[in-house]
Ligand binder design. Structure first.
Ligand SMILES: NC(=O)c1ccc[n+]([C@@H]2O[C@H](COP(=O)([O-])OP(=O)(O)OC[C@H]3O[C@@H](n4cnc5c(N)ncnc54)[C@H](OP(=O)(O)O)[C@@H]3O)[C@@H](O)[C@H]2O)c1
Length: 334
């Protein structure tokens, strides 16, 4: 699908963006692959790994998604946009609300307008489980962003631009997340645990990229795609990483939930289940799910909720141990 096409990744220097670049360059032959982000140092470092000499299709563009004019310029002749740029640190969002609103909400609006005006074929935007029944500003801004992208399909008018959203949970081992944190704390013999009951959805970055690329290919426009992924329990994780450490219960932090939700009960009435994922359908008059149903999709039960606590798929300690030992994190000495 991406062969001969021009693909642009907003936030291309981020964790997702870099892995997505690696996978696209391995699997496809795009005409151009544009990395769009603000910081020249991150772009310089990325260009040492994915150099223009070795990969002549790659382009590095500095820009901010808050800047409409810049987006209008760089979206020229772009076929597909993978929108990952975001401010995503929960505590920073609480302290700097308007900055997060400008990037995650206004930035999304700019992407939608530029994509429509520049006749981009498809845009897929990354969301998070924190956007479902949000309790922190980061999640709330991502929910607004999700809604903007879904609605974008109704106001693209005579243009053919189609927008969809992919929502998933914590990326295993991502910067600032619990695994590197526990590994650092392991040497002290005490792991701080917020709440013994805490569960989280878990996804590997490669899995996330493959899922996003598949959704980009198959989307009709208007879907919110959610992969079926396992949950893990925080105590199991702590015991896998540091079996000899004591646990210090520090209490839940502002903006955190004990369990995460990916699909709320209120969304159940328009959610379809597939073998390996769900789709929350848009509520457009023109929307038809006929071909999804004829391909085996089934509506979920009315009281369905996709929740990290009630998820039927939990990782065992052995499975976690295997995943963690394969991560490229220094000190993964378990
Ligand atoms: N990591 C997770 O556990 C997780 C889980 C679920 C969903 N997600 C979602 O997945 C997406 C990608 O996450 P990630 O982990 O790859 O994040 P990340 O590593 O923090 O990368 C974010 C990227 O966005 C760029 N960026 C930030 N603000 C920008 C702006 N105003 N204009 C242009 N570029 C900007 C950053 O580069 P510059 O700073 O140089 O601009 C960076 O390249 C996000 O939308 C996030 O909400 C992440």
């Amino acid at each position: 699908m991406l062969d001969g096409k021009t693909v642009l990744i907003t936030g291309g220097t981020g964790s997702f963006g870099k892995k997505c670049t690696e996978i696209i360059l391995k699997k496809y032959k795009p005409e151009k692959l544009i990395i769009f982000s603000r910081d020249e140092l991150k772009q310089f470092e990325m260009s040492q790994v994915f150099s223009v000499e070795e990969f002549p299709c790659i382009r590095y563009f500095i820009g901010d998604i808050r800047d409409k004019d810049r987006l209008y310029r760089v979206f020229d002749k772009v076929d597909y946009v993978i929108h990952t740029a975001a401010l995503k640190q929960v505590p920073a969002a609480e302290r700097n609300p308007i900055e997060v609103i400008k990037t995650n909400i206004i930035g999304s609006e700019n992407i939608i307008n530029a994509a429509i005006d520049r006749n981009v074929k498809k845009v897929v935007a990354l969301s998070t489980d924190k956007a479902a029944n949000p309790v922190n500003l980061y999640g709330a801004t991502k929910l607004c962003s999700d809604k903007l992208f879904i609605s974008g399909n109704s106001y693209s008018g005579w243009h053919d631009t189609r927008f969809s959203v992919v929502r998933y949970g914590n990326v295993v081992g991502s910067r600032g997340s619990v695994i590197p944190f526990f590994m650092k704390k392991k040497n002290t013999g005490v792991l701080p645990i917020t709440d013994k009951r805490m569960t989280r959805f878990w996804i590997m970055i490669e899995q996330g990229v493959d899922f996003v690329l598949k959704c980009l290919e198959t989307s009709h426009g208007g879907e919110l795609f959610v992969p079926k992924i396992p949950s893990m329990n925080i105590i199991d994780l702590a015991n896998v990483i540091a079996p000899d450490s004591k646990h210090e219960i520090i209490g839940i932090r502002p903006g955190e939930k004990i369990h995460e939700v990916m699909i709320t009960r209120d969304d159940a009435r328009h959610t379809l289940e597939f073998t390996d994922h769900y789709i929350v359908e848009p509520e457009f008059q023109w929307w038809s799910n006929d071909d999804y149903i004829s391909n085996g999709a089934k509506p979920v039960p009315k009281d369905f909720e996709y929740n990290s606590e009630t998820n039927p798929w939990f990782l065992t300690r052995e499975e976690m141990k295997k995943i963690i030992s394969n991560l490229e994190i220094k000190d993964a000495n378990i």
